[in-house]
Design a protein around this ligand. Sequence first.
Ligand SMILES: [Zn+2]
Length: 461
Amino acid sequence: MADYDVGFRGGRVFVGRDLLDVDLYTQGESIALLSQPGERQNTKRTIDVTGRIILPGIIDLHAHTRDPGYTHKEDFFTVSQAAAAGGVTTWVDMPNVEPPTTTVGLFEEKRARAAQTSLVDFGHFASGVNLEEIPKLAAAGVTGFKIFQVSGAYPHDPRLALNDEGKLLERFREIAKTGLPCVVHPFNQSLFDFFSAQAFAQGKPRNHVTFAEIYTREVVWESAITSLLSLQRESGVRLHVVHTHSARSLRLLRHAKSTGQNVTVEIDPKYFHLGKADLEEKGPQVCPAGFVVEDKERMEEIWRSFRDGTIDSIGSDHAPHTKEEVEKQRIDAWGAAMGNPQYDHYLSVFLNDMHQNKLSLVNLVCCFSENPARILGIYPRKGALLPGSDADLVVVDFDRERVLSNEGLYTKVQWSPYAGWKVKGMPVLTMVRGKIVAENGKVVGGPGYGKYIAGVPQRLQ
Ligand SMILES: [Zn+2]
């Protein structure tokens, strides 16, 4: 009789803040033992991970699964396959689907479908726009709430957008009572509209380049963050702001956190990886990124914010559209779909950053796993490799080099904004609650293994 199910032997395991030379054993869905190398245990399967490192699985608080309603772009199964391939063991998705998740009934339908389909664990941020639905959605088990300040063409569905500060405060107060996190896409829509009108009057084309330039302007984000921080202070809501690629916003957030405000900060990879060269080469596949990378001050602030903990989490903003859909940005970016798929190449891109000394392994694990688990209130069940934790992990070959390509992707749209990139470091095995879901670049396992992660109320204020 074997004592353990799977033993990972000979590798280095991320525990606490260090890589330790220990062997890791799983039993059922959990990590059962970390033991000194060489101590032989009885296992059903032993995997030699000599020269490899084992990290906690990625908990992604920013997925767009497109399911229901836009399943020609992605669905719960394909998104979870791409997630598994990219080292993501839990995704939490957003309400901008069709119909959008604004009521308990729609949430329950969506959760039931995902439970039948997702290969990895999952949660859902329901819309926080309907005041009277907020307590009901919380009681029904939503992972948290999402409010968009941006409004426009899909994916920025006007039905899910709120800009009026009185209405925002009212919703923040209601969400604060639930003890669940409130994710906000900060955006000063009226300033964006003003700059857009100005650009059109100057005869600038309505294409993706003009759009990206205006969309990422510092003041559009900074002014929104200023107001959101005031409303957070007034309401006590657990505010989680996303897309924080503006230097001035990061400084405001650093200050707010230093005064003890209950705010957490997420950044998504496209803004600080994809620059003007990518925008020129791949056009709308990159938009609205393209300008942040070129701004030295912003990039310095971003890397500093990783190092000093101003940035709490990395969210993928995995946002697939077909190539044909994003290509429409060349004619009218204001009326076209925007966003790009991230999952298949997600971890590789960041391992490459580590090789370039932009990020440390501790930064990466904190932002990918530990802090997202804390934000959801599920640490250390998830987000850590400790005895008793869920066996959610990624085995990484830190030194393997490869050229990323559009071949063999799991995302339904079959393209990646990183195709053509030469990177060092890749995930070679992903495990969710003791079950291997990807190995050697291939996803294994069928639909429906994933379990739902319900919201855990936290009332600290
Ligand atoms: Zn998003």
